[in-house]
Design a protein around this ligand. Structure first.
Ligand SMILES: Cc1ncc(COP(=O)(O)O)c(C=O)c1O
Length: 337
């Protein structure tokens, strides 16, 4: 028996994963697999040259037992963009949808019950599988979709977290791959994440890699701040365009907040009323403290126990739409039947 309300953000085996192979310039048939492993050529381009991209989206079970997907088309588009940025083929939206719906059909019983705070995390993944030695694009690719029921990414769910400004490394370069979802960005962030955890912070907060003057994003999520009834979030070529953040910007505007997507200078940190991280996994996680190790100064926001009022309003609306409790006026939800 799964204890749905105590699920971590972690991997759990399910009934099936879905696969499709690209070869000779075309995608093949969609196939259903029970094995959790992939057999790879040791010279596969994903292993040596990082030809790998992925996505993360969720399916939610509502109070009416309806299963909803949130803006999956945006994940499909972003995955194609990521793939093309590192020399891999585009993924047709129809193929993405076919694999997604086949995955849900085979794993419906793993979509957690309403009211447990859990959801089904879906991980599409694409890798170059041709064995070759020289630096070049593979001619063959494997696209896999698997899923796992998950609880919130941050252990305490919506409880505020502390983050530490990272000054010893960058997760991406100004014209690098920070704006797409490829594995290399996350490899570049592993050490900073480990250091942040060792020092008692939930994640590293990266600065713009060119001037180190502006906030970029957190390891697994975008950054936002709120002051003077304004939702402020970084504009940067080295961060991932978060679908959650795009949605929050729209929801903030809908409730009469001003929305600014612009450079956020470090000098502005003391002026914010609320700060937070947002993403599919992080949902809306408030930040109660940002520590700057160079200046040895901490900026604090709200209370360590509760969400700021405006973050809370945005969180409730977003999660309400995802679970079907709040009307989906933007047409973001797809019902799985
Ligand atoms: C680096 C990074 N930034 C932001 C996000 C949030 O993006 P989304 O809201 O589309 O999940 C993610 C998660 O996908 C991420 O890995």
């Amino acid at each position: 028996m799964i204890d749905w309300s105590k699920l971590p953000f972690g991997y759990m085996p399910t009934h099936a994963n879905i696969r499709c192979i690209y070869t000779n310039g075309t995608w093949g048939d969609v196939t259903v697999h029970t094995e959790e492993t992939i057999t790879l050529h040791m010279a596969a381009t994903c292993l040596h040259y990082g030809q790998e991209c992925f996505e993360g989206l969720k399916a939610y079970r509502g109070n009416d037992n309806t299963i909803r997907l949130f803006r999956w088309q945006e994940n499909a588009k972003r995955m194609s963009k990521s793939a093309q940025r590192i020399g891999m083929p585009e993924i047709p939206q129809e193929l993405f949808k076919d694999m997604l719906f086949t995955l849900l059909k085979h794993n419906t019983e793993f979509i957690p019950p309403y009211g447990t705070g859990a959801s089904l995390y879906i991980r599409p993944l694409m890798i170059g599988i041709e064995g070759k030695l020289g630096l070049n694009a593979s001619t063959e690719y494997l696209f896999v979709m698997f899923c796992s029921p998950v609880g919130p990414y941050y252990k305490d769910g919506c409880k505020p977290v502390k983050v530490i400004i990272e000054r010893d490394s960058d997760r991406a370069a100004p014209l690098g791959t920070g704006n797409v979802k490829v594995g290399g960005n996350y490899a570049a962030a592993v050490n900073a994440t480990l250091r942040a955890h060792q020092q008692g912070y939930s994640s590293a907060l990266y600065l713009d890699p060119k001037e180190k003057k502006y906030i970029d994003e957190c390891g697994p999520a975008n950054f936002f701040a709120i002051k003077n009834n304004t939702y402020i979030t970084p504009q940067s070529s080295s961060i991932l365009e978060s679908i959650t953040n795009l949605s929050l910007m729209k929801l903030a505007a809908n409730i009469g907040m001003k929305v600014e997507q612009r450079n956020i200078s470090l000098d502005e940190l003391p002026t914010f009323e609320e700060a937070g991280q947002c993403g599919t996994a992080a949902v809306v996680t408030p930040i109660c403290e940002i520590y700057d190790p160079i200046e040895n100064v901490s900026y604090t926001y709200g209370s360590p126990e509760s969400l700021g009022a405006q973050s809370m309003k945005l969180y409730n609306t977003l999660v309400g739409i995802q679970y079907g409790d709040v009307e989906d006026t933007e047409g973001w939800v797809t019902v799985f039947k």
